[in-house]
Design a protein around this ligand. Sequence first.
Ligand SMILES: *Cc1c(COP(=O)(O)O)cnc(C)c1O
Length: 388
Amino acid sequence: MPSLNDFASTKLENLTARGQRRELTDTARKAAGNAVRGNRDVISFCCNDYLNLSQHPAVKRAAQAAVEEFGVGSGASRLVTGNHPLFAQLETRLARLKGTDAALVFGAGYLANTGIIPSLVGAGDVVFADELSHACLMSGARMSDAQVHVFRHNDMAHLEELLTAHRGSARNALMVTDGVFSMDGDLAPLPQMVALANEHETWLMTDDAHGLGVIGGGHGSARAFGDVPLDIPLQMGTLSKAVGGFGGYVCASQPVIDLLKSRARTFVYSTGLPPANAAAAIAALEIIESDTDLIEKPVSNAAQFCHEAGLPAPQSPIVPVIIGDERDALGASHMLLDEGYLVTAIRPPTVPAGTARLRLTFMAEHDPEDISRLAEIIRERIIRRSAA
Ligand SMILES: *Cc1c(COP(=O)(O)O)cnc(C)c1O
């Protein structure tokens, strides 16, 4: 057996050789997409703070007031003494926005997914998952001990084939997908998935981390296909993206929420979110529910970029520019940084091998002139070059 340090060093060398080593870079985020990286002022096109609510005066004030009044930490699991009354307010608001009976707030989106799925399915059950589902949906599915069948991305014929082959013999079945895919920005074909779920007696769960606040009139992906919300019994998401703060949640019926309170290990055995996070999220949701112009902006900014860069129209504020090789993607990211734009390279295993990319995200407060200049650089120096 190698020493622990030799083991780690060899692993790191392999990651470096494959262009897959990851390192932290200090970045100070500021208002309107501005950031300081190293000692450079840059404009970030890689934050998920789509509505810039992390910097909104009303949201900051709500968090500050809650810290003053209630302190910083929540002190214990919500089942012990950590259930601040602000959580009930926040959960009522989330349930209203998603059109469900009830909601439950978790410490983070990752904790929500890894808590929810093993509470609902286990050995003898089956999970059907889109291959591009977020890592924490996959973790939750694996932790559940249910058999996991992965279908090709958004391929409804493949999903139906797997349902036909594997649904019958299992006891309970769950279908999981991102509503808006985090690395590709496209939507899941939810109307078809609802129909397949009904036809094959399978529960449907969406991860709407990138939907809330930016698509479907701010309600998220269940409203992106028409004004009547789709019947999706499990809709989870995060408070850390368009909501601008931190925390995770799930919206569902009252019995499902009550079951999760007793059974989701990441809820039961993890300290409650600090009250200030709940206060900030309530203030942010108030803005999301009332400012319809603001919630249209991230997608319209993405549309401006795609139009000018010569890319297909986007379905969300997320726009991938696929490059292929890991090192080329890193090179493109460094080139953009030299131009003053922060756009991180996303590499395997976050995305499939051979699809390393720039992942651009558009925020409400991006300046149209910056968007134009970025589109021109990407069109001329990345897209045109890789086509040549
Ligand atoms: C970010 C993200 C999560 C995790 O949420 P956190 O609150 O950051 O833990 C889950 N699912 C998707 C699709 C995400 O993009």
